[in-house]
Ligand binder design. Sequence first.
Ligand code: NAD
Length: 308
Amino acid sequence: MKVLLIGGSGFIGRRLIPLLLARGDSVTSVDIAPPVGLPEGVQFRRGDVRQFDEVIAAVAETKPDRLVNLAYHIGSDLPPQVAFKLNVLGMQNVFEAARLCDVPHTIYASSLAVSGLQSAYGERMLNEDELRHGTLQYAVHKIFNEFQAQDYREKHGTVITGIRPANVTGPDKLFGSVDHVHCITAPARGRSVTFPFRDAMRCPVHVDDVAEVFLRVTVADKPKHAVYNTGGHTIGLGELAEMVKGFIPDADIRFEKETGGREKSGNYLIDNRRLVEEFGVQYVPYRTRVLQIINAIRAEEGKPPISG
Ligand SMILES: NC(=O)c1ccc[n+]([C@@H]2O[C@H](COP(=O)([O-])OP(=O)(O)OC[C@H]3O[C@@H](n4cnc5c(N)ncnc54)[C@H](O)[C@@H]3O)[C@@H](O)[C@H]2O)c1
């Protein structure tokens, strides 16, 4: 199958590419940033998702069976015009190109951020049908992306599927929620780290697992649902710190306050049954992933791995 992946140089995209190649798919990666260590056999084309001419040219020339859009700004700090062009207009360009070129299936990343704070719902699991309470720029753009996809499905019958990753984790994560990542990577580097709240809650899911989710949904012809939660492993930062100390006993992880973070936490109780039942996804245990991240950092620093 021919896959055109926009945003393929990023944290998730560079994991998805090898999974597609391993299946024998032909992959073209379009990104504004040059790839680091692009595997052999992948076509790279520099392109800007904000420019419709560039998106439609890439889609018309490659005639993909699948179009995946991962190009985005993760954060809510950009000026409105800049964020809108990348996150909303960029998504629009992808969906419109998919429609005009009859792409059989288009896949895009939404986010757990659409739900906003867990405290808006109380302590209960949330599935994809809940009202979305996100209020930050990033969250509202993702909510609007889900509407854009729905509008294309309803008005044009375009097959478009959204995936809402939870708090993606991995040793090289730079953007988005990074406290749960630094809680692992800082001690692995022998550095101290301090967080505001011990009881802040997260729902981490390893980037290799997320790439596998994107793979399974991407290769499907027509998933049953419009959007899927990846879900993840619900954990407080304090509990994560204890898990890390189990591997690195002298880890120096501090908290300024014991309580107060839980009510400020984003959605951390996530129901991913839709994904599990339809795609048979099973994640590697989170504890194993934590050790994997520690050992990735130790390898970078020339240190031997810690055994589980
Ligand atoms: N990482 C997470 O924790 C997380 C969680 C939930 C949702 N998501 C979503 O998953 C998607 C991928 O996330 P990621 O972590 O791989 O992000 P990332 O920032 O690592 O990758 C995004 C890629 O898009 C590219 N890009 C940026 N502007 C572009 C433009 N104008 N034209 C073409 N390419 C452009 C970047 O160069 C980068 O390679 C995003 O939509 C993100 O919102 C990520």
